[in-house]
Ligand binder design. Structure first.
Ligand SMILES: NC(=O)c1ccc[n+]([C@@H]2O[C@H](COP(=O)([O-])OP(=O)(O)OC[C@H]3O[C@@H](n4cnc5c(N)ncnc54)[C@H](OP(=O)(O)O)[C@@H]3O)[C@@H](O)[C@H]2O)c1
Length: 283
């Protein structure tokens, strides 16, 4: 049985669906009883609990032999993950797959990237068999800006004219499902990207066609971007981490990888395909 954390989130929801379709038995950690009932109705085993309840995590993992860890972006993410992996060791989990980021770096000024790196380091020396999925930014992140694009016709991000290699969450799930259901991926760290290097200008042009409305990319200043997030109700530390993550991306030189094709055995979903699939949200 495969244990999934973050199962009510964007990646986790699709991962559980995919595992159920391939006939796997799945157990999920869910903290909200209402969300739990949806999974129960699908025949998924549910453990009602929270990653912060470290003393209950071993019990949560009972009956499972593999763990797919989708950590939430919290201030104590690394601590939550380390406690989960300690519990996994006690529960004799034989393989942990960890969702991480390609920008994972213990010295990173971005909290998200730093926390992932600390958790990765712990997992690698834990003695548990592991696979780490360092993924690029998700195409689905652009759904967060759909309202701005529809109402103002702009896409304002602090990305300068840098290129990015966004990946569709469905491809992350394809790779994750393959790793959980086949042998041979233990001890590996995979870098996952989409198939195209795209500037934000190019992304805005593609979205303009799908939305049938001109969307103009604006190279926002980091400060303006952060203030906008705070005005939208995002906590200060989270707004800072999101802003810093875009700033780091704006200075990077991303490279394409073929992990989705090799491990997921399909060509990555293109940005156009993603945009048309989510047309209803962009229009
Ligand atoms: N966004 C990107 O471009 C990108 C790129 C690379 C890697 N990542 C990584 O992807 C991960 C996020 O995945 P996602 O977008 O699928 O997540 P998400 O949609 O934000 O969902 C977060 C999940 O974590 C659960 N959760 C939050 N706090 C919890 C707690 N204390 N105990 C138990 N569960 C808790 C949430 O449960 P509730 O439903 O109860 O809230 C939800 O299921 C992060 O590690 C992020 O760094 C993201």
């Amino acid at each position: 049985m495969i244990f999934v954390t973050g199962a009510t989130g964007r990646v986790g929801g699709k991962l559980v669906e995919s595992l159920l379709r391939s006939g796997k038995r799945v157990k999920v950690l869910v903290r909200n009883p209402q969300k739990a009932t949806i999974y129960q109705a699908l025949g998924v085993s549910v453990f009602l609990g929270d990653l912060n309840q470290s003393d209950r995590l071993e019990e949560a993992l009972w009956g499972c032999d593999r763990l797919f860890s989708i950590p939430p972006n919290t201030m104590n993410q690394a601590e939550q993950e380390i406690q989960l992996y300690q519990a996994a060791k006690r529960a004799e989990i034989r393989h942990v797959v960890k969702l991480s980021t390609v920008k994972s770096d213990p010295e990173s000024p971005c909290q998200f990237f730093k926390q992932h790196a600390i958790a990765e380091q712990y997992l690698k020396q834990s003695g548990i068999k592991f696979t780490i999925l360092q993924t690029n930014s998700f195409m689905q992140n652009f759904l967060w800006f759909a309202h701005e694009m529809k109402t103002k016709g702009t896409l304002a991000l602090p990305m300068r004219d840098a290129k990015t290699v966004p990946i569709d969450i469905r491809d992350v799930v394809r790779v994750g499902s393959a790793i959980l259901t086949e042998e041979g991926h233990e001890g590996k760290t995979y870098n996952l990207t989409g198939s195209e290097l795209l500037s934000l200008q190019e992304i805005a042009e593609k979205l303009s066609i799908v939305a049938n409305q001109k969307i103009t990319y604006i190279d926002a200043s980091p400060l303006d971007f952060k203030q906008t997030l705070i005005r939208l109700g995002v906590p200060e530390w989270f707004a800072e981490a999101v802003t810093t993550s875009w700033q780091i991306a704006s200075k990077g030189r991303p490279t394409l990888t073929d992990t989705v094709t090799k491990v997921g055995r399909e060509q990555p979903i293109t940005f156009n395909e993603f945009a048309w699939d989510y047309k209803a949200i962009f229009t």
